[in-house]
Ligand binder design. Structure first.
Ligand code: ADP
Ligand code: ZN
Length: 293
């Protein structure tokens, strides 16, 4: 089965043609990346990539907020995004009209989680969460084997966090909130606080201790509310090797010994990094396509 997969991000669009043999075996036949500029320029380039390649369906894992209600007149749209030019953009409708194939559509992070749940470290896990910590922060949630949508879809990156002592005066990067997870801990917050991008701060342990404090605070909230059986962390900031062990230790500390589960006894299997290289989003989009075939 040949499927189209699009990981639509605010910085770049990754598009791929994937041959799915079965649940175990896939082949990425072709993959390319296009910068996200304005819809009138970017969307036709993407359609050109997919056209004439014999795909049976296209799956789109899209930056948001997006409308996921199938009975809504704006289903498949990016809605109120701060990304200039993309407000109320009919992404799913555009590709449906251009390519004439069924379109599967969900958030970028739900897509990544679906990729991990189908082919990666969350296989066979019914309740899981995928958090990306990059230019922004977002979370995809699987509950009882289904991706969670609800009223809109989770927007867990904007959870309000308590400041660490000494960090009270830092100006939150998020234009909507004065102390949210994304505004305190995404890549741009690290850069504003320490004057350099995260990749250049490997030798500054205080950066990663503060980062782990905020990430753990959010994970503890997700854990207490959603009771996931696996927590997966992806995104550019997680490329910092020292971070994952610090986060596990801090989650344990902040839980204060309140919970006692098998998962929490094996934190190195419970809180893990993304397992599919950088392909979890594309493979998740591919699963979204398979669902509508
Ligand atoms: P996007 O969120 O735009 O899709 P990424 O997930 O790659 O892209 O995240 C980009 C962010 O990750 C940038 O803010 C960058 O500074 C940060 N970043 C990239 N590499 C590292 C690293 N090794 N350590 C810490 N931060 C990093
Ligand atoms: Zn916010």
């Amino acid at each position: 089965m040949r499927l189209g997969a699009l990981e639509a991000g605010g910085t770049k669009m990754v598009c791929a043609i994937v041959e799915l043999e079965n649940d175990e075996k896939w082949n990425i036949l072709e993959k390319t990346s296009i910068p996200t500029t304005l819809p009138d320029e970017t969307l036709p380039k993407l359609a050109d990539f997919f056209r004439g390649k014999g795909i049976e369906a296209l799956g789109i894992a899209c930056f948001g907020p997006v409308d996921l209600h199938r009975d809504s007149p704006t289903y498949g749209y990016i809605t109120t995004t701060p990304k200039a030019g993309w407000e109320w953009c009919d992404v799913a409708g555009f590709f449906g009209r251009e390519l004439g194939v069924p379109i599967g559509f969900d958030t970028d992070v739900n897509g990544s989680l679906l990729g991990e749940a189908s082919f990666g470290c969350a296989r066979g896990v019914e309740n899981s969460i995928y958090i990306t910590i990059g230019t922004g922060i977002g979370a995809g949630v699987m509950s009882n084997g289904k991706l969670l949508h609800g009223m809109l879809h989770p927007e867990a990156g904007h959870l309000t966090l308590k400041r660490r002592k000494g960090d009270e005066d830092f100006v939150c990067v998020c234009p909507y909130h004065d102390s949210c997870f994304e505004g305190l801990a995404a890549g741009p917050a690290i850069e504003r606080r320490f004057g350099r991008p995260g990749a250049e701060l490997s030798n500054r342990p205080e950066v990663w201790e503060l980062e782990a404090y905020y990430i753990a605070q959010a994970l503890v909230a997700y854990l207490l509310i959603l009771s996931p059986e696996k927590i997966i962390l992806g995104g550019g900031v997680m490329h910092q090797q020292s971070l994952l062990p610090l986060i596990r230790r801090e989650v344990q500390r902040q839980l204060g010994g309140y919970l006692n589960t098998r998962e929490l006894e094996h934190l190195e299997e419970y809180i893990v990094g993304a397992s599919l290289g950088d392909d979890q989003g594309i493979l998740g989009a591919c699963c979204l396509a398979r669902e509508v075939c």
